[in-house]
Design a protein around this ligand. Structure first.
Ligand code: IMP
Ligand code: MG
Length: 180
């Protein structure tokens, strides 16, 4: 069965593209004069980062780009919702203005933890940007500085977000239709 038959589109490709352009403009307005360092949180943010940095280029921002690899455990058995840092940034963040990019802010633990790490390494300023926000799930008091879309407490896939490793390649955000 084709995977897409199980998916119900929540946010279309066009809606994402339009919003990414707006986010880039909003970020550009707040940035200082030096080239920023965009740090994407892998794996979920890879598609968003790829589009966001091209949108930044379009509005005249020339960022350096790096990634951190983090894993968050949402397993019901692990109520702590621990965040594992698998790889830290390779670029020296000291004295830099950072744009930290993730796919979604859910409990907020990933973003809070990674902001702390980057600040502890001497970043001058950390802006946070997430494509999606699920405020109803928050455990840690944190809001991204730039948010694409605020959504209800539904598990979503696509545009980099996965369910058990699958559906990252969908070019839209969708919910899995279990009856599909
Ligand atoms: P947080 O640390 O709880 O904010 O979780 C953030 C991470 O959980 C995200 O980077 C995603 O990898 C994952 N996540 C949270 N909600 C969803 C979802 O609805 N679909 C897929 N992954 C999600
Ligand atoms: Mg993620």
């Amino acid at each position: 069965m084709a995977p897409r038959e199980n998916l119900k589109i929540m946010i279309t490709q066009t809606e994402i593209a339009d919003r990414v352009s707006e986010l880039a403009l909003g970020i550009k307005e707040r940035l200082g004069p030096e080239p920023p360092l965009v740090i994407g949180l892998l794996t979920g943010s890879f598609m968003f980062v790829a589009d966001l940095i091209r949108a930044l280029h379009t509005v005249g921002v020339n960022p350096e780009v790096d990634f951190m690899i983090v894993a968050s455990y949402r397993d019901k058995r692990d109520h702590s919702g621990s965040v594992e840092i698998i790889e830290e940034p390779k670029v020296d963040v000291a004295g830099r203005e950072i744009v930290l990019v993730d796919d979604i802010v859910d409990t907020g633990k990933t973003l809070a933890r990674t902001v702390d790490i980057v600040l502890s390494k001497g970043a001058t300023k950390v802006w946070t940007c997430a494509l999606l926000d699920k405020p109803s799930r928050r455990d840690v008091k944190i809001e991204a500085d730039f948010t694409g879309f605020t959504i209800e407490n539904r598990f979503v896939v696509g545009y980099g977000l996965d369910d058990g490793g699958l559906y990252r390649s969908a070019p839209y955000i969708a919910i899995i239709n279990s009856s599909g």
